[in-house]
Ligand binder design. Sequence first.
Ligand SMILES: Nc1ncnc2c1ncn2[C@@H]1O[C@H](COP(=O)(O)OP(=O)(O)OP(=O)(O)O)[C@@H](O)[C@H]1O
Length: 149
Amino acid sequence: VKQGKSSRIFEVNIQVAVRIRPLLPKELLRHHCECVKVIPGSAQVTVNPDRLFTFDHAFGPSASQDEVYRACIQPMVRSLLDGYNATVFCYGETGSGKTYTISINEIDVATVHMSYLELYMEEVRDLLDLPTNQKGLNVRDDINGNTGN
Ligand SMILES: Nc1ncnc2c1ncn2[C@@H]1O[C@H](COP(=O)(O)OP(=O)(O)OP(=O)(O)O)[C@@H](O)[C@H]1O
């Protein structure tokens, strides 16, 4: 991992956070139970229960949007306003809480160009472009190595 240019903000360029959402009412009704747990005060999670995984951040079901935002996103927003590029990428199975988590926004002092893409089953969809978002986008490289669709 490369050292971040803006060492004031980042020690590394890429950080990985895991968030475990609370069980939904329908899951509680079906007596589902949590099989992934955060070790309190750490960035580690246990799975079932003897496998241990370490991340840069780990949030359990009681973590608020604010807590996730402050730890993971706010430093990126500051860095963005300093002129650096930043990407927040949510990965997880259907219903795991990607949309819920990514819907955190707090920039009201600048014009922001944002794209909202979904990568699912190797198809890319532009979620902000209703006419095309039913069919996948074709991603191509041109002769100069630029990527477009
Ligand atoms: N941290 C959370 N606290 C409370 N509810 C949550 C949390 N995360 C997700 N949920 C709820 O769980 C459900 C699924 O979340 P969400 O739609 O964000 O999943 P997703 O990963 O975007 O799913 P998909 O890939 O199918 O679009 C929603 O009802 C959402 O409100």
